[in-house]
Design a binder for this molecule. Structure first.
Ligand code: GDP
Ligand code: GDP
Length: 455
């Protein structure tokens, strides 16, 4: 991976990085071509979600940060998800499944010019079971003459259809007002609401890395299945497992235990599951199979955890299969592909033999502690002052931007805001981030650094 691709932190907008606490998640679901991506672009107020003309384009990043009426939330755009690979009904069902698992509120987008289709009705049934607030968007109502089409969508039984033109922006403000009314202040299912409860861990990795083997090994006889929303989901979702004299909550394990064998679209399901689990967790344990070369899929999953701002532990599994030669190449692959997450604690384990599984808990403890670290403002600015004096920003166009002041705006993960007299180059921001790590550690946690320019 080129350094420029980064692992998230640099790409985060300055505004969101300053926000504190967990944010509720809004999922936008609906059939292909109803205008989901267009709507997401509207909500974001910029052309970030990108309406792809190429079908079957999978986007790695599924969540975007948004703000409306002073409230921050995350938006999940399901628009680009390989719908042609799965077939429309399966794709839409999968979106709904994701919404059930990971979202706090849902916008169902229906094309008002087409009216309610069987697929729309099927997705309504799925969403109903989820018990999450759903707001109905009657899209493509570009003018007053389309209002009647919107009214016809009362038939879906989701309450008032909100007439919207995602393309022109008509009605999107009212839609968002309705969404925010329906959305909880903070996501109740996440760590925000359960301080002091068991730590929430997502066990993730590409298919066959050994997730279910590890889960079984860790759980042993102690396994307690938690039916998270009794009566609303078909599968047990979370499991409580005793490790190192404490209880840990392994989130969204249904997808691990239920071995989904799909000829096509398996990757798609896997990435949905991963995204859902990571959203709900405080820390992610990403499994990597050492018997095979590190793949793009592995680095994608790591990026998901980092982009979501979760604490991270890398577990190199199937260590029992390693010989000298493979070990040599593995270390080089790690150096080449995973250099961006060098800060993540590493455990070399075998889910099969039980090797070094006892090292998982200390690694998680380290990562979670870093994730919650707060650097006092005085200490931070003493550090920044020394650093900037020794390594000033390069002069550009006769100007030299200076860092005036910094503060840690939040934890879980640590988020820093630097106030500067001018735009700081990406390379310089990365340099600051590296030095922050060198000084303060943050082993096992992403850190986010954003810059505000003081005019
Ligand atoms: P998705 O597959 O649901 O994400 O749909 P897209 O956002 O890619 O939109 C599909 C097509 O519908 C694109 O050609 C959009 O320009 C068009 N579209 C989206 N919203 C509107 C709208 O409000 N009015 C009209 N007339 N076209 C729209
Ligand atoms: P999942 O798809 O990530 O849940 O992977 P599984 O747990 O189903 O494991 C996939 C395959 O790898 C199975 O055949 C396991 O027996 C095997 N496996 C898992 N962990 C280990 C390990 O530590 N060593 C070896 N040699 N095989 C393992």
């Amino acid at each position: 991976l080129a350094e420029e691709e980064g692992f998230g932190a640099d790409e985060l907008g300055g505004e969101m990085a300053a926000g504190g606490g967990p944010q509720p998640v809004l999922a936008v679901v609906g059939r292909p071509n109803v205008g989901k991506s267009t709507l997401v672009n509207r909500i974001l107020g910029r052309r970030e979600a990108v309406v792809e003309d190429r079908p079957g384009v999978t986007r790695d990043r599924v969540t975007y940060h948004a703000e409306w009426a002073g409230r921050r939330f995350k938006v999940v755009d399901t628009g680009g998800w390989e719908q042609d690979v799965l077939g429309i009904d399966a794709a839409v069902a999968a979106q709904a499944e994701f919404a059930v698992a990971a979202a706090d509120a849902v916008i169902l987008v229906v094309d008002a010019t087409v009216g309610a289709t069987d697929t729309d009705e099927a997705v309504v049934r799925l969403l109903r079971r989820a018990g999450k607030p759903v707001v109905l968007c009657a899209n493509k109502v570009d003018g007053p003459s389309g209002e009647a089409d919107a009214t016809a969508l009362w038939s879906l039984g989701l309450g008032e259809p909100h007439p919207v033109s995602a393309l022109h922006g008509r009605g999107t403000g009212d839609l968002l007002d309705a969404v925010l009314d329906a959305m909880p202040e903070a996501p109740p299912e996440t760590f925000g609401g359960t301080v002091g409860g068991p730590r929430r861990i997502a066990l993730v990795g590409r298919p066959n890395v050994g997730k279910s083997s590890l889960l079984n090994k860790l759980a042993g006889e102690e396994r307690v299945v938690v039916d998270e929303m009794a009566g609303t989901t078909r599968d047990p979702v979370d499991e409580l497992i005793e490790l190192g004299d404490r209880t840990w909550r392994f989130v969204d394990t249904a997808g691990i235990r239920r071995r989904v064998h799909l000829q096509e679209g398996a990757d798609y399901y896997a990435s949905l599951r991963t995204a859902a689990a990571v959203e709900k967790a405080e820390a992610a344990v990403v499994l990597i199979d050492v018997s095979e070369p590190i793949s793009v899929q592995d680095t994608r999953i790591i990026s998901m955890a980092v982009d979501a701002g979760r604490a991270l532990v890398l577990a190199y599994n199937k260590w029992d299969t390693l010989d000298e030669e493979r070990r040599f190449y593995l270390e080089r692959e790690i150096e080449r592909d995973l250099v961006q997450v060098r800060w993540a604690p590493r455990v070399n384990i075998s889910a099969q033999t039980g090797r070094h599984l006892e090292k998982l808990v200390p690694a998680l403890d380290t990562a979670l502690e870093s994730w919650e670290t707060r650097i006092p403002t005085g200490k931070l600015n003493a550090f920044l002052g020394e650093l900037v004096a020794a390594h000033p920003h390069p002069v550009r166009g006769g100007k030299q931007p200076r860092i005036l002041f910094g503060t840690q705006a939040g934890t879980r993960p640590p988020r820093f805001v630097l106030f500067a007299s001018g735009f700081l180059e990406a390379g310089y921001r990365r340099f600051i981030e590296r030095r922050l790590r060198e000084r303060f550690g943050f082993e096992g946690s992403p850190i986010q650094v954003s810059v505000r320019v003081r005019e």
